[in-house]
Ligand binder design. Structure first.
Ligand code: UDP
Length: 241
């Protein structure tokens, strides 16, 4: 097991460390929560532990289905070992049901099913508030090559198919989610996290929100919602080993 060295980066929800293996980074998941581009700040008890474990479940599933991800292994409650990535400055959002900014922008009632998945790109830049961009902007800003854009779109839509099928068994509707990608030894690899921070999960029967919207909209029972997602994925509670 490579040793954790100095911190390279601290984001809103995670810290990234260099390790003694130059091909591997260590990610440390925090309990800090932010929304509205950092305007709302708070803590969700145990979120780091839950998101670390939930992301690991999804990354393992995706790897099994042939999707290249940065996940290597879980190291502790809050830490996972990942492949070192040079992050691509694009956030990719896939949507199956209208919610959040899409519902607002297109005037669709939240909960309207999309007749086919919608894929969006955003420029990963906190100072600009992550503006929406298209493939022309990506090319003009040299954020990715046409081949990399094609790979990213292909992976994002495959991830959607895999997660939709998997979550269907757990009685969870996958409303939308955000993915980030990076380059590892020249290959496009899925990075970041897949968790209730970055996905909208609704209970199929009650339509109860099981994700960060509980924090964004002050709905209460935020930790309980994340715990419920973990329980549905694994059949366990997060204090069980
Ligand atoms: N999302 C994210 N990080 C962002 C923006 C969005 O993880 O910086 C996720 C969000 O949790 C949701 C999906 O991407 O699952 C679509 O988000 P939307 O564009 O509706 O933005 P929001 O209304 O959540 O700000």
């Amino acid at each position: 097991m490579p040793e954790k060295l100095e911190q390279l980066y601290e984001g809103k929800a995670k810290k990234v460390y260099r390790t003694t293996d130059p091909d591997l980074f260590m990610v440390d998941y925090k309990d800090d929560a932010t929304a509205f581009n950092g305007a709302k700040k708070g803590t969700i008890q145990n979120k780091g532990v839950l998101n670390n474990r939930i992301s690991a479940v999804f990354f393992k599933l995706l790897e099994e289905k042939g999707i290249p991800t940065h996940f290597v292994e879980l190291v502790s409650d809050r830490e996972m070992l990942v492949k070192s990535l040079k992050i691509i400055l694009i956030e990719v959002i896939v949507r199956n049901i209208a919610a959040g900014s899409l519902a607002k922008r297109l005037g669709l009632p939240e909960g309207t099913p999309m007749s086919r998945p919608v894929l969006e790109f955003y420029y990963k830049d906190d100072k600009l508030g992550d503006p929406m961009i298209n493939e022309y902007h990506i090319r003009a800003l040299d954020l990715a090559t046409p081949e990399q854009i094609d790979t990213i779109k292909d992976i994002a839509l495959k991830v959607n198919d895999i997660l939709l099928e998997y979550l269907s068994d757990k009685k969870i509707d996958l409303v939308d989610f955000k993915l980030e990608f990076g380059l590892h030894k020249g290959q496009v690899v899925l990075g970041d996290e897949i968790s209730p921070d970055t996905c909208r999960f609704w209970d199929r029967d009650t339509r109860e929100k099981l994700d960060k919207d509980r924090f964004r909209r002050d709905l209460g029972s935020v930790e309980e919602a994340y715990e419920e997602v973990f329980r549905r994925l694994t059949g366990k509670s997060s204090d069980q080993k």
